[in-house]
Write a protein that binds this ligand. Structure first.
Ligand SMILES: *Cc1c(COP(=O)(O)O)cnc(C)c1O
Length: 396
């Protein structure tokens, strides 16, 4: 089934409570759109869920998913650690008083000067997947801990992170030996199964490959201490996933199957799973048009699109639940953004529905948009400012 059947196709309460929706509506009434509104209570709940379901794992929040100061401050206060990708993210975290001992430099692609900058600012945990980069780390961050990233296919995920990152086991094996020779501490292994990963078994593959390398390196006198199973944890989009609890219990089972009773240090790096469901983009319908006399579908142009934060609709990879304020009989539509680029069409194959009573000036609420939206929005394309974001005030 490639189209939504019902008049009111999104059971709203699968995504957001009526109370929260009302609060959001009240709060944004009269405000300029598009606007991303993030509910910090939901970020907190998600952090606590990760802790409760995976008490054996240490959370390194992937800052890139949603770098709002308020989100970082909340997670800082909750005790989270952070997966940092650039010196700019590092500067932000330092400004917000995050202890560098709670950070890892997780990007495998980094300038020498940036490695040095992280080192000077107290970061001692680095990720690598190549000889060249490991050598740069040895020279610019001497004596640091390094973990090595396994390559994955991203199979089963909606937004894969394959090929560009990671290396095969034999490369990492030699890399660990090399790192030791260069005075670094070979600390562990990591992988990322691909973002919005629907196939929990992909974690099993990564864990088994990591375990194999743990064992091989032991024979060389290298005792790895840590496994970093990355992100991939699900957000609540149109296509359902298994609940977080199932991810956690399966991952726990995989870990114990491979490592026995005594687990190494386990890291997780949730980005999407931490913040996506906490955000709603409030948007306005700019135009509704039928482009041909006999055209089957009306085009609905929102004031937010691919360049304004919805780039993950590329190839319709991520399907956000979209909620229109009105109800009643509905029709299938094509959804596009406001810019002068013909790529700026969000959904034309998967057909969303919009109530007939909705029109120009009405609002559309794009749910589960707290991750990879504001941080992806363009700066000035067509003069549009980057997506604005704010926090939903707490309930009284
Ligand atoms: C982006 C990224 C993450 C976050 O992934 P999600 O699927 O959003 O949870 C984690 N680790 C690394 C290294 C990343 O690049």
């Amino acid at each position: 089934m490639n189209t939504l059947q019902e008049n009111y196709y999104f059971p709203l309460d699968r995504y957001i409570s009526q109370e929260r929706m009302d609060r959001l509506r009240d709060f944004t009434r009269g405000k300029e759109t598009p606007l991303l509104v993030v509910d910090l209570d939901l970020v907190r709940e998600r952090y606590e869920l990760f802790q409760k379901t995976m008490p054996f794992a240490k959370v390194y929040y992937a800052v890139k998913a949603n770098p709002m100061d308020e989100v970082i401050e909340l997670l800082r206060d909750l005790g989270s650690s952070f997966d940092v990708a650039t010196r700019y993210e590092l500067d932000q975290l330092l400004r917000l008083g995050v202890d560098p001992a709670r950070m890892s430099y997780g990007n495998t692609i980094k300038k020498r000067a940036d490695i040095q900058y992280f080192y000077e600012n107290g970061v001692r945990l680095f990720c690598s997947d190549s000889f060249e980069d490991t050598q740069n780390i040895a020279q610019n961050a001497p004596g640091s801990k390094v973990f090595f990233r396994l390559i994955t296919e991203g199979t089963g995920s909606d937004w894969p992170l394959s090929r560009k990152f990671g290396a095969h086991s034999d490369v990492l094996y030699n890399l660990a030996l090399r790192a030791r020779d260069l005075g670094l501490i070979p600390w562990g292994l990591s992988f990322h199964v691909g973002s919005q990963q629907r196939d929990i078994g992909q974690y099993d593959d990564g864990i088994s490959r990591a375990k194999y390398l743990f064992t091989c390196l032991q024979d060389e006198g290298i005792e790895l201490q840590m496994i970093n199973i990355g992100g991939g944890f699900p957000a609540n989009y149109v296509d359902p996933t298994l609940p977080m609890e199932t991810y956690a219990s399966e991952i726990k089972r995989f870990l114990h199957e491979d490592f026995g009773d005594e687990l190494p240090e386990v890291l997780i790096e949730p980005g999407r799973g931490m913040t996506a469901d906490a955000g709603v983009i409030v948007s306005e319908i700019v135009l509704v048009a039928k482009k041909a006399k006999n055209g089957l579908y009306r085009w609905v142009f929102l004031d937010v699109g691919m360049f304004g934060g919805l780039i993950e609709t590329f190839n319709e990879a991520i399907r956000y639940p979209i909620y229109f304020d009105k109800s009643g009989k509905s029709e299938e539509i094509i959804l596009a953004g406001p810019t002068c680029d013909s790529m700026d069409i969000m959904y034309q194959n998967f057909r969303y529905r919009m109530p007939h009573s909705c029109g120009i000036g009405d609002r559309a609420y794009i749910l589960s948009t707290g991750a990879y939206t504001q941080s992806y929005s363009s700066v000035n394309f067509n003069g549009f400012p980057p997506l604005q974001a704010c926090v939903l005030p707490a309930s009284q």
